[in-house]
Design a protein around this ligand. Structure first.
Ligand code: SME
Length: 154
């Protein structure tokens, strides 16, 4: 069941404190990609006024650096809030990475309340993400927020 998968992932991430930053990010991306509908998973960190892709699982993207202001990824940082886009084709802020993507969920990773990075999930299905996905990813973000802070640069 999907909820078991969420719990298993949270348990594994909570045991990853000993791993270095890059290994933790890679682990998180590969675990998240096991969830049905999570067709591309990535972690962006704010660095020098840009969003920098520090890890991903799935196809390679040209958008490994995004200027703050562009795309749904920036919206999540600027608003310090979740962006859950049911149909990316209906949002003119959407920055296309893969032709197959239909919905996208971007969840801020916060340190002391400030959005310093994000988990970005693309799905090939329209409306793939629920409130449960949002809460789950916020929890994952909290677990890795110290490590994200260690590579964050304003
Ligand atoms: N679609 C994102 C860009 C990143 S890719 O999905 C990997 C956006 O609109 O910001």
């Amino acid at each position: 069941m999907k909820s078991d998968l969420y719990s298993d992932i949270l348990a594994t991430v909570s045991k990853s404190a000993h791993l270095d930053v890059k290994k933790t990010f890679d682990l998180v991306c590969s675990l998240l990609r096991k969830i049905p509908g999570y067709d591309w998973t990535g972690i962006y960190v704010v660095k020098g006024g840009k969003l920098v892709l520090v890890s991903y699982d799935g196809e390679k993207t040209d958008h490994d650096v995004i200027s703050l202001g562009d795309g749904l990824c920036s919206l999540a940082i600027v608003r310090n809030d979740v962006v859950n886009e049911f149909d990316v084709r209906s949002n003119d802020k959407y920055l296309a990475c893969f032709p197959s993507t239909r919905s996208e969920l971007v969840v801020p990773i916060r340190f002391e309340g400030k959005a310093i990075g994000e988990l970005d999930i693309d799905s090939d299905k329209t409306g793939a993400f629920s409130d449960r996905d949002e809460k789950f990813l916020l929890e994952v973000g909290e677990m890795i927020s110290r490590k994200v802070q260690s590579v964050y640069g304003p």
